[in-house]
Design a protein around this ligand. Structure first.
Ligand code: DSN
Length: 420
């Protein structure tokens, strides 16, 4: 990548504490192998738009209908972002203002539901997301969420059980989407279930919208009323959210982002989203997303060959979830994650389905391949990364061996830096 990530001197002159802390993180980003499934490295073009003078403009409203004067340019920018998103995702309508995936989901709930309504989503401890009804999140506090999960043997979503639960609970909204599930979703079956109980159907595509953009996986927009997503994961854009919908829901979505859930739009982030949509419309991006999938398969196979247990038997997307109990029963996700980070491999602890440990401790580690793929790694390197992780976890009490493995990690990371 032609992207040094280096800072301008102004920041050092104004605030050398923050400037040098940013440089510390640049060093961390450049020296580790990054496997957090929801992270990626944005291009310099995206970061330039995000750090631009557009941060100075207020623009409550939408292009052509603002509550402030002087919005001529930001109108053009937002319209470009909308048009590119509609083209990229074959959607009737796009709202590019959500500050995050959580605000995108909030706006959709505000549009489709009343407080107390029943909603079905994937339970957080089975692979769902905080905003799909966790009791400590606004979603679980305001709405009556019913969680579906995985079959205990196959660790796959059991669509018969989803159907049965929908018939019993009659949700007003059915949500498909995950933050730690490594298989594809059966949108046609979800749609049929939603229709059979008179529910709206929403897909939270935050994790895999980049794969959709690159045409590496099916486009949920063909089935859903509304698709929400973030732009900073596999899509490789700036931190933020997006809502795609059919024409029928367009006005409701817009009204519930502004004034419903948010105030002024972040014009710098919207410009950066427009840049990332342009990048994602390229054939290079399509190749990139196909490589993400190949890399995830290589990583998963590597664990299986090392005798580790990969949840749901492998991966069909960018995520690989490993049961740390398959290294040894005492090894928690927390301890594995901490040790690996010290060794230069960054990933996160994650609950495995039917986990007996708390979400802060867990019995699993979650990995994803978007970031390593951005850095140019291919199947050979991801196989190596899987071997290194397995070796580190198996030899975690052997200091000499760990020192040896740490230099192997450092050597590999130095050949695939995001910002050089
Ligand atoms: N918390 C994010 C993740 O890491 O999957 C999803 O929003």
């Amino acid at each position: 990548m032609e992207n040094t990530g280096a800072l301008n001197t102004e920041l050092f002159e104004t605030d050398d504490e923050i400037a040098s802390l940013i440089n510390d993180d640049l060093e961390r980003q450049n020296s580790h192998i990054h496997l957090i499934a929801s992270e990626n490295f944005a291009s310099k073009a995206v970061m330039q738009a995000s750090g631009s003078i557009l941060t100075n403009k207020y623009s409550e409203g939408f292009p052509g209908k603002r509550y402030y004067e002087g919005c001529e340019t930001v109108d053009e920018i937002e319209q470009l972002a909308i048009d590119r998103a509609c083209k990229l995702f074959e959607a009737d309508h796009a709202n590019v203002q959500p500050h995050s995936g959580s605000s995108a989901n909030m706006a959709v709930y505000l549009n489709l539901l009343e407080a107390g309504d029943t909603v079905m989503g994937m339970a957080l401890d089975q692979g769902g997301h905080l905003t799909h009804g966790s009791p400590v999140n606004f979603s679980g506090r305001i709405y009556n969420f019913v969680g579906y999960g995985l079959d205990q043997d196959t660790e796959l979503i059991d669509m018969d059980k989803v159907k049965q639960l929908a018939e019993e609970t009659k949700p007003k909204l059915l949500i498909a989407g995950y933050s730690s599930y490594s298989q594809n979703l059966d949108y046609a079956a979800f749609r049929e279930i939603a229709d059979s109980v008179g529910a709206y159907f929403m897909v939270d595509a935050a994790h895999f919208i980049g794969l959709v953009a690159g045409k590496a996986v099916e486009n949920p927009m063909k089935y859903a009323d509304v698709v929400t997503a973030t732009t900073h994961k596999a899509l490789r854009g700036p931190r933020g959210g997006i809502i795609l919908s059919t024409e029928e829901f367009a006005k409701g979505v817009d009204k519930n982002i502004f004034p419903g859930a948010q105030g002024g739009a972040l014009n710098n982030q919207i410009a950066a989203k427009a840049v990332c949509f342009k990048e994602a419309l390229s054939t290079e991006f399509q190749d990139y997303t196909k490589q993400i999938l190949k890399n995830a398969s290589a990583l998963s196979d590597s664990f299986i060959n090392e005798g580790l247990r990969v949840v749901s038997g492998g991966t069909a997307n960018h995520i690989v979830l490993v049961d740390t109990g398959s290294v040894d029963e005492e090894l928690t996700g927390k301890d594995a994650g901490t040790l690996l980070n010290d060794m230069g491999i960054t990933l996160n602890r994650n609950a495995i389905p039917f986990d007996k440990r708390s979400p802060f401790v867990t019995s699993g580690i979650r990995m994803g391949t978007p970031a390593t793929t951005t850095c140019g790694m291919k199947e050979e390197e991801l196989t190596k990364v899987g071997n290194l992780i397995s070796e580190i976890l198996k030899n975690r009490s052997d200091e000499n061996k760990l020192n040896e493995l740490k230099s192997e990690v450092s050597n590999l990371a130095s050949q695939f830096q995001p910002y050089v």
